[in-house]
Design a protein around this ligand. Structure first.
Ligand code: GTP
Ligand code: MG
Length: 336
């Protein structure tokens, strides 16, 4: 099972209490105050880690707490600070407040580290309250509680290109052929049940882009039919969308109808998604009806379509190049 969304509760450690104590030494019957301060509670940090694939760990253990600070002690001893905890999350995870739904933090790259919850301050020992007018202070303060929070962790895959298509269009097959990733493929719908990111290399141009294969969409995806909505979030952050159509129309599918449904689902899910730069590729061009269907398709849809076949690798070189060009264009625009 792949967990890309889980509910968790984290708490930072409480501060240790300040200490109330007076020096007791053999020849010093009225020793001064020597109660030390409490230690600070440990904070809760999150860090992006490419070695963490999903949120399974947090599904099984949703509660995490950092150590409390230790109380101060006599002889002016400061209590030890509580150890912080650092929670490793998949790159692309956002932390959302469970009550308000507001995003609070995110880790976008390997090593990104954020302090999510601050540990409580330690209390002051009575030694701190000594003054010229108060030689034997009886006050001290308690440690402050650490911050706590109920969150939802959500992974949003980060890749340059997001592959969008109906189940069985051949998305995973393409990723297998073009990149180092090897998602499962199969002649049945919903073979892919979690997103996979592959790296597409351009050795001659010293470039590389990442491509995310996400589970197939069906009509109603934006309303949560199929695996839809849960997975559309994985293309929210892609720079370019590659819409893949089964141009053979396997199992009585109609590529034009598929295209319209996909466009509509993207728009319904999030208007911004439908406005992302998009490329259309017609897969399965090795099949007998594909060419005829492509001609009919192009009569209705004027955008350029890239015909490919994952069987013969027809059209791969051109598709690869145009993907790079589009991604570089968006990167350049983002850099401005
Ligand atoms: N003839 C032909 N078959 C293809 C081509 N590309 C993929 N297929 C077949 O189409 C079927 C579906 O391929 P997948 O890559 O699993 O499809 P998918 O889009 O990832 O499907 P989901 O994961 O279910 O969304 C497999 O049986 C592939 O062998 C192609 O270019 N030509
Ligand atoms: Mg697949």
């Amino acid at each position: 099972m792949f967990y890309d969304e889980v509910k968790v509760s984290f708490s930072a450690g409480n501060g240790g209490d300040g200490c109330f104590s007076f020096r007791r030494a053999k020849y010093e019957p009225k020793g001064g105050p020597d109660g030390g301060d409490g230690g600070r509670g440990g904070g809760v940090y999150i860090v992006g880690d490419t070695n963490v694939a999903d949120l399974t760990d947090y599904h099984y253990k949703p509660g995490w707490k950092a150590k409390n600070g230790e109380p101060g002690r006599g002889s002016d001893q400061h209590g030890a600070n509580g150890d912080p905890i650092t929670l490793r999350l998949p790159v692309g995870t956002i932390v959302v407040d469970r009550d308000s739904g507001d995003p609070i933090a995110e880790v976008l790259e390997h090593g990104d580290k954020v302090l999510l919850l601050e540990g409580g301050e330690g209390g002051k020992g009575n030694a701190q309250f000594k003054s010229s007018t108060n030689q034997a202070p009886r006050q001290f303060t308690l440690g402050k509680p650490g911050e706590t929070g109920d969150f939802r962790l959500i992974i949003k895959t980060i890749a340059d290109v997001g592959l969008i298509g109906f189940p069985n269009a051949g998305k995973s097959t393409l990723l297998n052929m073009l990149t180092n990733a090897h998602p499962k493929t199969g002649a049945y719908p919903f073979t892919t049940i979690f997103p996979t990111v592959g790296v597409l290399e351009y050795p001659e141009q010293y470039e590389r882009i990442t491509v995310a294969d996400v589970p197939g969409l069906i009509e109603g995806a934006s309303e949560n039919r199929g695996l839809g909505h849960r997975f559309l979030k994985h293309v929210e952050r892609c720079k370019v969308l590659l819409i893949m159509l089964d141009m053979q129309g396997t199992d009585g599918r109609d590529p034009l109808a598929d295209y319209k449904v996909l466009k509509n689902e993207l728009k319904l899910y999030m208007p911004g998604l439908a406005r992302k730069p998009e490329l259309i590729c017609a897969n399965k061009m090795d099949e007998p009806d594909a060419l005829e269907n492509l001609k009919a398709f192009q009569k209705k849809v004027k955008e350029k379509v890239y015909p490919i076949s994952c069987v013969s690798d027809e059209g791969f070189a051109e598709l690869k190049q145009v993907l790079l060009d589009e991604v570089l264009q968006v990167r350049a625009a983002e850099a401005d």
